[in-house]
Design a protein around this ligand. Structure first.
Ligand SMILES: [Zn+2]
Ligand SMILES: [Zn+2]
Ligand SMILES: [Zn+2]
Length: 145
């Protein structure tokens, strides 16, 4: 399992023509294993002793964003959550749903939305949609109360 993650990380770096440094492999493997968006701090915490220093992680994430293998999924408490871009298309990210009651955020990877119709003169390159509401657990709680 661990070696599969590493293979996948190597494949992604190779595809993006990024050098396979230990730091990049570590950060990318963490995002692959998590399977959900993580903040810079959460990546650092997961890597524990193996974590590169703060600035290096920022630089690595910037590299990943530039070559489009990682996306910024959503912003929470002034911290971006990063995730692999493999469940997005070039035109749009899968929507993220935040429960307004428990504050959890879910990836709606199967929800394909039509592209927003833009006013004349505007060109949309990328669509990133945020959804809000109640998750199944909180819906259940509402019904009981
Ligand atoms: Zn995306
Ligand atoms: Zn909820
Ligand atoms: Zn997501």
């Amino acid at each position: 399992m661990v070696s599969n993650t590493r293979q996948e990380a190597c494949r992604l770096l190779g595809g993006a023509k990024l050098r396979r440094t230990a730091g990049r492999l570590a950060v990318l493997s963490t995002l692959i294993e998590a399977g959900r968006p993580l903040t810079h701090e959460q990546i650092r915490a997961r890597l524990a002793e193996a974590a590169p220093d703060k600035v290096t992680i920022y630089r690595i994430l910037e590299n990943f964003l530039e070559v489009d293998i990682v996306h910024k999924a959503f912003l929470r408490k002034r911290a971006w959550h990063f995730e692999l871009a493999d469940r997005c298309t070039a035109r749009q990210c899968h929507p993220h749903f935040t429960c307004t009651s428990c504050n959890r955020t879910y990836c709606f990877t199967d929800a394909v939305l039509p592209m927003a119709k833009s006013p004349k003169g505007f060109t949309v390159h990328h669509q990133r949609v945020q959804l809000e509401g109640l998750c199944p657990d909180c819906n259940e709680g509402e019904r009981k109360n």
